[in-house]
Design a protein around this ligand. Structure first.
Ligand code: ADP
Ligand code: MG
Length: 356
């Protein structure tokens, strides 16, 4: 049985492990702070559930393994500076940007990027953290502690946000999941819907863009590309060299989930074209206490991560796969009644999106 070690032991590692069982691939998520070092064998494979990690005895050992797939890609994408440079080098549309260095003045940002610009920490930001808006109307200046640690990019007045996830094997064969419409609230993915017929015309464009990245990096496994839609154009927001929250719906809604695709690719199991089973919805459970009644909602497939519940923390998700009747809306309404009030706008967004 082949063995895949995962750097990190959060929910993504657990979902990779879950998906790998029928493949007869043993997936072992690794706590990077563990005192026990992984017992790596020469034929084993190493992957990661996160794009960045501190140096610990465990990560050092994993990173030395010759079969750490895509090792050089992680650092490149984890730093927004090199990620932006990569997008520019490949000629992929992304919001115009500048490095926030010692001398950059806010006035220069407004002159070159427009009246709204978003500073993003080069590393470590996630779920909307590590961001700072510069607004000309408020004459916002660049705080000193953002210098040499951030990029700044044009604020995009997008129509909506979406993401595409694709997989590539060692021979360069690729498959893509359909574009997924996403709702970010306070920078955190809260719900997603896929596929939507109205986005079909953008699918070839999205696949060509992500395909260029996958081939350009000689990448093996699953990668996610978050985009803004502005009219008929797609602008790349950011990339993630790993399985991604925007494709969690594939667990219930595709013949091969993103987790299975990733493991197949890195372990050298043949890839298969994912068949999408219907219209899919995913709702993230953010700081929401466990509720057994979710499991009784018709059509709902809850996935609980087993983590301690803290405010805003991703503790699970619920997917629905719609087979074409009214049950989806019924199920969503049932769920709405069981979730905190703040979910009202989320479910309303989903119900509007699935009918769009
Ligand atoms: P994170 O790693 O936190 O997901 P993102 O770069 O995806 O960082 O930013 C989080 C959210 O902030 C995005 O989903 C989007 O809603 C908003 N955002 C990011 N960049 C821009 C931009 N250039 N213009 C407008 N909104 C943006
Ligand atoms: Mg993002």
């Amino acid at each position: 049985m082949s063995k895949v070690w995962v750097l990190g032991h959060g929910q993504l590692g657990a979902m990779l492990q879950h998906a790998a069982m029928p493949l007869s691939v043993e997936v072992i998520p690794v706590d990077i702070d563990s005192e026990q070092l992984p017992d790596l064998q020469a034929d084993d494979v190493v992957t990661a559930e996160r794009e960045q990690w501190p140096t610990t005895p465990v990560t050092e050992k994993l990173a030395k393994h010759p079969n750490f797939i895509n090792l050089d890609v992680f650092g490149r994408l984890a730093d927004r500076l090199t990620q932006k440079q990569l997008l520019d080098d490949l000629g992929l549309a992304t919001s115009p940007w500048k490095l926030v260095d010692d001398t950059l003045a806010a006035e220069q940002v407004y002159a070159e990027l427009g009246e709204r610009a978003l500073m993003k920490r080069r590393t470590g930001g996630y779920d909307g953290r590590g961001q700072f808006w510069l607004k000309q109307s408020e004459n916002t200046q660049i705080p000193d502690d953002w210098r040499n640690e951030a990029i700044v990019e044009q604020g995009i007045n997008f129509d909506e946000e979406m993401a595409i996830v694709g997989v590539r094997d060692r021979e360069g064969k690729k498959f893509f999941y359909p574009l997924t419409l996403t709702l970010q609230l306070n920078g955190v993915l809260t719900a997603s819907v896929a596929p939507l017929a109205r986005l079909d015309k953008l699918q070839p464009k999205a696949e060509a863009m992500l395909g260029k990245l996958l081939d350009g990096l000689d990448y093996v496994g699953v990668m996610a590309m978050e985009c803004f839609r502005v009219g008929d154009e797609l602008i790349v927001n950011e990339l993630a060299p790993r399985v991604h929250n925007t494709a969690h719906w594939t667990q219930a809604g595709a013949s091969v989930s993103q987790f299975e695709s990733h493991i197949r690719a890195v372990a050298g199991v043949p890839l298969a074209k994912p068949q999408v089973k219907g219209l899919n919805v995913m709702i993230n459970l953010l700081g929401t206490p466990h509720d057994e009644r979710w499991w009784a909602i018709s059509g709902a497939e809850p996935y609980w991560y087993g983590k301690e519940v803290r405010e805003g923390r991703k503790v699970g998700h619920i997917t629905f796969t719609h087979s074409g009747d009214k049950k989806l809306i019924q199920g969503l309404d049932e769920l709405k009644a069981l979730l905190p009030e703040r979910y009202e706008e989320v479910i309303d967004w989903v119900e509007t999106a699935v009918q769009s």
